[in-house]
Design a protein around this ligand. Structure first.
Ligand code: SF4
Ligand code: SF4
Length: 168
């Protein structure tokens, strides 16, 4: 997937995003006032363009750093895929967080291999399929989480940079 552009490697991304935090926060306020359909068109086009060039296998930063909410249906699908009992899969790979939601046991994700392959890719959780949300309808609803994702996903960072340039 995404080619991580020069200076956009995951290590430096956190610092870059922190440096742009103020500008991106202003941008979010501007984007919240835009018609939802227009914003979706812009962001979805950027998403498609950038992920056409992207190399997620060279990055895997989301799989290393995020612990998304996992649905019970995800655990059932993964158990079937691994041919193991849901209770065993639950014990080995998942736990409940302080809100009672299922999350991965530890980070990086226990299904991420040293070669950056996901060992359950065809049955990966819904949250993994949806990340980084930049192709979802009603993007305005995820502006604040996307702002946080600028420090995790180089593609989201680039989308925010492009939007910032286009709208300033
Ligand atoms: S399940 Fe797969 S896609 Fe999801 S975080 Fe783990 S390694 Fe990444
Ligand atoms: S953080 Fe973004 S670019 Fe990196 S692997 Fe995840 S989706 Fe791909």
């Amino acid at each position: 997937m995404a080619r991580i552009t020069q200076g956009m490697n995951p290590g430096g991304l956190k610092d870059n995003a922190a440096g742009q935090r103020k500008a991106f926060k202003k941008l979010v306020k501007k984007l919240q006032k835009m018609p939802s359909g227009k914003l979706d068109l812009m962001v979805h086009q950027m998403h498609d363009d950038k992920f056409r060039e992207a190399h997620c296998m060279e990055c895997a930063n989301c799989c290393r750093t995020i612990s998304p909410i996992i649905l019970w249906q995800d655990i059932l699908r993964i158990s079937k895929y691994l041919k193991e009992k849901p209770s065993r899969v639950m014990d080995r790979y998942f736990m409940r967080d302080e809100e009672g939601d299922f999350v991965f046991k530890g980070q990086p994700c226990p299904f991420l291999g040293s070669d950056n392959y996901c060992s359950i890719y065809p049955q990966r959780p819904r949250a993994c399929r949806d990340f980084p949300l930049t192709d979802r309808p009603r993007f305005y609803k995820t502006l604040n989480v996307s702002l946080k994702n600028t420090a995790i996903c180089p593609v989201v960072y680039e989308i925010f940079q492009d939007l910032h340039q286009q709208l300033s």
